[in-house]
Design a protein around this ligand. Structure first.
Ligand code: ASP
Ligand code: MG
Length: 472
């Protein structure tokens, strides 16, 4: 139905100031001329979501109205400046200003409320966080109108993203994207949809998790059977490694969905991990582009697995994580222990897991901020873990936490079935002077991940990149 239809998503730095918003509007207009139907999805202006997270916390704990005032001044300045530059038509400017003013006024009232009450529920927190996108989208739509296009700013819910009420990380339960957006497209209107947010069936605003605007774009692309989803960001695509860590890292021209998913999950920050699945299910290509350098080709993610002779495509890293080692001879042959561990950790994001063959040791990697929660839940589940000794009735003898570690993942579809690759990787790691503390290989065989001390990270990544990617 939407043969010629693309979704364009612009991240926080891409709409970070008035000049950038102008540039974004031009890109959208040009795409519209090429493709006929376009839907734009935008993030909050850069820094705004972080500032909203920060002020909602401060309103709750510091409870000082001066902080709210400073914050409101910051938000006003930032958006007013953007309007001044991005929107040069007086009538449109006044209209957009009116929307922005009333939203900021509402935000101020809510923050004052939190300050007075000293109460912030997950529901109200999501509502506060939603203001970032709900302030940027009307400005982008206004900038498009200044270029002679018809455009309307819509909230995620208005665009048909319906979620459960798992505030902070809502799950999509229904997509009514076609019903909501096609009428606008038929009228030649460009919808500018707020990324990051959805709406529950009860009408409450929800958020899809930090960085979730990419996911919004994928959901809209899925809902409309788009021909392509373009993610416009501040780098020229997905790289073979983080260029800040590995100066010789290069852009990867093509990736398969599975590779991109593994990369996003294991630390490449360009795409939100949930973005790939909806696109993959309908075979919609995702193109990652640089708003600052639109002429750069970017990275194209499709179904085609480009194996060629590059077995390893990228090396990613995850920092600020901790290794939890669960010991206990009592675990040998006792079925259900692993199930109980998972049950205890159901609210914790477990990044890696591996079990020694003797079954006396299970290792997990979790984010630093989840460590205490994880340990407490485990202790509760296995009530009272004895520090020492061989108490037979204790399934778990001890839990150790190592916080000075990091995860390195080697990713590439060509690794599947390639003999000797793991051996090669681990030889290189040891040559780099690092000691491997845990290993996990995804069943997709598209990635091998392992844990080393954080102090060995840079050496190790550079060595692997040089031998597995550059010299290959
Ligand atoms: N503004 C949201 C965030 O900073 C969503 C996004 O930018 O993708 O997390
Ligand atoms: Mg992002």
């Amino acid at each position: 139905m939407c043969e010629k239809m693309i979704v364009l998503k612009f991240g926080g730095t891409s709409v970070g100031n008035g000049e950038m918003i102008k540039r974004v509007a031009k890109i959208i207009k040009q795409k519209k001329e090429e493709e006929k139907n376009v839907v734009a999805v935008v993030s909050a202006m850069s820094e705004v979501t972080n500032a909203l997270v920060d002020i909602s916390q401060k309103a709750l704990t510091v409870r000082d109205l001066a902080k709210v005032n400073d914050f409101i001044k910051f938000v006003k300045d930032k958006h007013y400046k953007a309007i001044e530059i991005a929107i040069n038509n007086k009538e449109i400017k006044n209209l957009v200003k009116k929307i922005i003013d009333s939203r900021i006024e509402e935000l101020e009232k809510i923050l004052i409320g939190v300050t007075y009450l000293g109460e912030l529920t997950p529901k109200s927190r999501d509502y506060i966080l939603s203001f970032g996108e709900r302030l940027s989208a009307p400005i982008v739509a206004g900038a498009l109108r200044c270029l002679g296009e018809k455009s309307i700013a819509l909230e995620g819910g208005e665009a048909g993203i319906i979620t459960d009420e798992n505030f902070g990380n809502a799950k999509v339960i229904k997509l009514e994207v076609k019903e909501r957006l096609l009428p606008f497209l038929k009228e030649d209107i460009i919808p500018v949809v707020t990324g990051f947010i959805g709406c529950s069936e009860n009408g409450n605003i929800t958020t899809l998790g930090r960085g979730g605007s990419d996911y919004s774009a994928a959901l809209i692309g899925y809902g409309l059977d788009a021909k392509r989803i373009e993610i416009w960001t501040d780098v020229s695509g997905i790289y073979t490694s983080d260029p800040k860590l590995v100066p010789t890292a290069k852009r990867i021209p093509k990736l398969s969905y599975i590779e991109a998913m593994e990369l996003a999950y294991f630390g490449a920050k360009v795409l939100h991990p949930r973005t790939i699945e909806p696109a993959m299910e309908k075979g919609i290509p995702i193109l990652v582009k640089n708003t600052f350098k639109p002429e750069d080709e970017g990275t194209l993610i499709t179904n085609n697995v480009e194996i060629n002779n590059k077995i390893v495509k990228a090396i990613t890293t995850i920092k600020n994580v901790a290794l939890i080692n669960i010991f206990g001879a009592g675990m040998v042959g006792v079925s259900g222990t692993v199930a109980r561990i998972f049950k205890a950790l159901e609210d914790v994001n477990v990044i890696l897991i591996s079990q020694g063959s003797s079954e006396t040791n299970i290792s997990l990697v979790v984010n630093d901020e989840d460590v205490d929660k994880a340990i407490n839940s485990l202790k509760k589940e296995f009530n009272g873990i004895k520090k020492s000794g061989f108490l037979r009735n204790n399934l778990i003898r001890d839990i150790e936490v190592d916080k000075d570690i990091c995860v390195i993942s080697v990713v590439g579809a060509g690794m599947k079935g390639a003999k000797g690759i793991a051996g090669k990787i681990f030889t290189l790691v040891s040559e780099a002077g690092a000691n491997i503390k845990m290993i996990a290989q995804g069943s997709s065989e598209v990635n091998i991940s392992f844990v080393i001390d954080e102090k060995d990270l840079v050496n190790c990544v550079r060595k692997l990149h040089k031998e597995l990617i550059e010299n290959n």
